[in-house]
Design a protein around this ligand. Structure first.
Ligand SMILES: [Mn+2]
Length: 401
């Protein structure tokens, strides 16, 4: 009865869209359905949150998002064997978001986990791995839970993880550092945000536990609590419209400030899902009205060390092809698809949207996809794609167009 009342209370609080309580509710449910299972990380290994990249030549692979066939094709193109060994001693670096949306996340995660354990690959944490570690059910991640959620239909066909394997997968995700670096290169899933990197540098811990600790610290700050309250009051009258694409919403400045502060308040969140700023006019994306916008953090990145990221849904447009029409804000609208970007041409996004193939398949396409899986060869700075094509990158170290 007490559990029921607690669940009802949490359901009621859910209406306030409080992400923290949503996570808590998921955890309460998990404890009562599976016991103190996969999300308990007391026995997990402590790692450096900002780790060391291996020495030697690297192949940096963009967000795979469960597209096992594309990964297998790309590995063959690059010359790796089935265990991830390369005849010239190259090492694979995955930039995060191995899973979700695509048809076979279990196979991708299993392959990368084995390669990491064999020492032929390293990987950083993406926001999709972090979602799963936090017990968050969303955006094409039904495969880990082994059953379909209400919104999960649109990702079918999707192979589900075998029963009893979730703990192993989550334990692997909890070994992924938030960023990797060496003197000539930096790798992070979304943003090399210097103040957030500074907060994590030298920190050792279990990534999911460190994330929770940082959340608690953020939420116990009285200033943050005051702004959360103000945002909640401002949001109140609009609650019914927030998920309605046809509604028309005014700018809600307190909500925008709170959303941006919450995004930027946890350095692990910043590095894995990017820098966000309040946005003048709200816009509808991903099923809800939003008051903050992703920022092109690279436009103010002035460090001399190059950074490779994924996360940002870049498109590869062959020379001469018409530009792809996109909805919403395209962060690469004025960045040619093989170009280094940012203030000093020191940043390269290697996510070429293979994660959108589930949508392309729904539109009847089964090959020659627009979304590609890419690898950036380092130090060569050339791009290789799963379809066998390759090209040099451009304007490395060049000033902004
Ligand atoms: Mn991502």
């Amino acid at each position: 009865m007490i559990v029921g009342a607690a669940a009802r209370y949490l359901h009621w609080r859910l209406a306030s869209q409080d992400e923290f309580l949503q996570t808590l509710l998921t955890r309460v449910k998990m404890v009562f359905t599976t016991g103190l299972g996969p999300h308990v990380s007391t026995d997990r290994m402590s790692i450096s949150l900002i780790g060391r990249l291996p020495a030697g030549p690297l192949d940096l692979i963009g967000d795979v998002h469960g597209e096992m066939q594309a990964l297998a094709d790309l590995l063959a193109v690059l010359g790796y064997d089935a265990q991830g060994h390369h005849p010239r001693g190259r090492t694979l670096v995955f930039v995060g978001d191995l899973c979700d949306r695509g048809p076979d996340s279990p196979a991708v995660v299993d392959w990368v986990r084995r390669a990491c354990q064999a020492g032929t690959a390293v990987a950083v944490m993406g926001n999709h791995e972090l979602n799963l570690l936090r017990g968050q059910r969303k955006d094409g991640n039904d495969w880990l839970h082994g059953n379909l959620s209400t919104d999960g239909q649109r990702y079918l066909p999707m192979r589900m993880l075998a029963e009893g394997k979730a703990a192993e997968v989550l334990a692997f995700f909890d070994t992924l550092p938030i960023a990797l670096e060496r003197p000539d290169l930096r790798v992070v899933h979304a943003a090399w945000h210097t103040p957030s990197i500074a907060r994590l540098r030298g920190l050792h811990g279990v990534p999911s536990a460190e994330f929770r600790r940082l959340e608690v610290a953020f939420r116990s700050d009285p200033d943050n609590q005051r702004l959360a309250l103000a945002a909640g009051e401002e949001r109140g009258p609009w609650r019914a419209q927030l998920l309605d694409a046809r509604a028309s919403l005014p700018n809600l400045p307190q909500v925008a400030r709170w959303d941006a502060l919450r995004q930027m308040g946890n350095p692990i969140r910043v590095l894995t899902s990017g820098v966000e700023h309040p946005q003048g006019d709200p816009f509808f994306a991903g099923g809800q009205w939003r008051f903050v916008q992703r920022a092109s953090w690279w436009d103010s990145y002035l460090d001399p060390v190059p950074v490779v990221v994924g996360h940002y849904w870049r498109r590869f447009v062959p020379p001469g092809a018409p530009a792809v029409q996109r909805q919403g804000h395209d962060m690469f609208a004025d960045v040619p698809s093989r170009r280094w970007h940012g203030a000093c041409g020191q940043v390269f996004c290697v996510d070429f949207s293979v994660g959108g193939r589930f949508l392309e398949r729904q539109h009847g396409r089964d090959r020659q996809f627009d979304g590609r899986l890419a690898a950036l060869r380092w130090p060569e700075r050339s791009l290789f794609f799963d379809d066998g094509s390759s090209c040099p990158t451009e304007a490395y170290g060049g000033m902004r167009l």
